[in-house]
Design a binder for this molecule. Structure first.
Ligand SMILES: [Zn+2]
Length: 463
């Protein structure tokens, strides 16, 4: 929109008179905040993802700094972005460092107090879907990448920037597809930084930073029933919908089996020294707390998922009308497996509970993988970058990330978040009113730049 000049002057004066915030005038915020705002304005809700829009935006930012980027596009048009900075010539190279984040976000459902795709700055926050999960991390990685590109300092690793599609739906058309179809682009990668890092703030005090090294594994299923359609007034106890409900009922009636898997034991042992005395003992001797049927002593709320393979029926589809029997019915089930659960055996148990009349389709599965090692130089460098502020814990998470695809290939992947978040900020993840504090974002960008710089600096000059 263009204004006549006198009108524009009048509007500007009015704005100044009304006390426009400095940030509204395009000053006082970092370039990274501006980049994040632009990224949040792009709707990459998955489905459908439309990651090409986000990839195009990142490519333009890279091009503006003189860096080439490539689009990796699936036959369906799902787009990931790839860029590479070479190591300094003449140095003996270490394996490449890969910085990866996902372009897609979960849909902005629920009631929002602001436009989820405005990227607006308000009251010290950048607002929008993806502000925490995980476009902020993407911009921090991009900023670290661009800082290296400008730096005259020697580096002995190539650095690869990868922004992927489809993470929120399991990564089949994102990271997994890229690794299967463009594996040559990342064949020299020996180290991955991804989402999944965490921190713990209690009563305003930072207790610890977490670098994620292990996680639960998704087993996503679709269960289908078929039967005779008809008028609901008929006597027909065996319909598709009823078969499905009976099968799901038996599935949910299966007893849960509690146990402590090794990565969870290690995680809790690392956390124990940071707990109050009574809880410290329970964490350190977790095998005495977890029995086959459940916990024998109290832990913190929300921890039981660390000890069971969870089964969650999340989507049901059946008839549309009250007086019509549907010929089909289906359910989606989100199963999360512990690191060492035998997926085939668990699936067989599910099939048996559901009964032979229901068809089970596996939508997403993931093999057992070893945790990323912590006795490595990169882990020590990452931990050292966070340590001045709080102890650093190798963590296990109940969620999953694309890191599993790299771990499957034996490549250490670390969930590394440079952002210090208060608990109320984390509430926005996959929820309404997602937003990130500007100061936490800026400080995180600085941490990411420092960590990445330390990872690529030749060791003899690093410390
Ligand atoms: Zn995410």
């Amino acid at each position: 929109m263009t204004y006549q000049r006198p009108l524009a002057v009048a509007l500007l004066s009015l704005g100044l008179w009304m006390g426009l915030q400095p940030e509204c005038q395009g000053q006082e915020v970092s370039p990274e905040v501006r980049w994040l705002q632009g990224y949040l304005r792009i709707d990459t809700s998955n489905p459908p993802g439309d990651e090409f829009l986000g990839a195009g935006y990142l490519a333009r930012l890279l091009h503006s700094q003189g860096i080439a980027a490539s689009f990796l596009v699936t036959p369906e048009g799902r787009t990931s972005l790839y860029a590479r900075l070479p190591a300094t010539r003449g140095l003996e190279r270490r394996p490449a460092l890969l910085l990866v984040h996902h372009i897609d976000v979960v849909p902005a459902e629920g009631k929002w107090d602001f436009d989820p795709f405005s990227g607006e700055l308000r009251d010290g926050f950048v607002l929008g879907r993806g502000a925490v999960d995980v476009k902020s991390l993407g911009i921090a990685q991009l900023a670290a990448f661009l800082a290296l590109a400008k730096s005259p300092e020697p580096r002995d690793r190539d650095v690869v920037l990868l922004a992927v599609a489809d993470e929120e739906n399991g990564g089949g058309r994102g990271t997994r597809w890229v690794l299967e179809h463009h594996g040559d682009l990342v064949s020299d990668v020996g180290l991955v930084l991804n989402e999944g890092g965490a921190n713990k703030v209690v009563n305003g005090r930072l207790l610890w930073w977490g670098i994620e090294v292990a996680q639960k594994r998704p087993l996503w299923l679709r269960v289908r029933a078929r039967g005779r359609a008809g008028h609901a007034s008929g006597h027909q106890p065996w319909s598709a919908t009823h078969d499905l409900l009976r099968g799901l009922g038996s599935l949910l009636a299966l007893p849960e089996e509690y146990r402590v898997s090794p990565p969870v034991r290690e995680y809790l042992a690392a956390l124990a020294p940071l707990q109050p005395p009574s809880m410290a003992k329970r964490f350190a001797q977790i095998d005495e707390v977890v029995g086959p049927d459940g916990l024998t002593k109290k832990l913190y709320p929300g921890m039981t998922g660390l000890f069971v393979d969870t089964v969650q029926v999340t989507v049901l589809r059946a008839g549309e009308r009250i007086n019509t029997i549907s010929a089909t019915a289906s359910a989606d089930i989100d199963v999360r497996l512990l690191p060492d659960t035998d997926a085939d055996r668990f699936l067989e148990r599910i099939r048996q509970a559901l009964g032979k009349d229901l068809r089970v389709e596996v939508l997403v599965t993931s093999p057992e993988v070893a945790p990323s090692p912590i006795d490595t130089e990169p882990y020590r460098v990452l931990a050292a970058s966070l340590k001045p502020e709080a102890p650093v814990i190798p963590t296990f998470i109940s969620g999953f990330t694309d890191s599993r695809y790299f771990r499957e290939r034996g490549i250490p992947a670390y969930g590394f978040s440079p952002f210090l978040f208060e608990p109320q900020v984390l509430v926005g993840i996959h929820n309404a009113n997602e937003k990130i504090p500007v100061d936490a974002f800026d400080r995180g960008v600085a941490r990411m730049k420092a960590a990445v710089r330390a990872l690529v600096t030749p060791s003899e000059t690093a410390r």
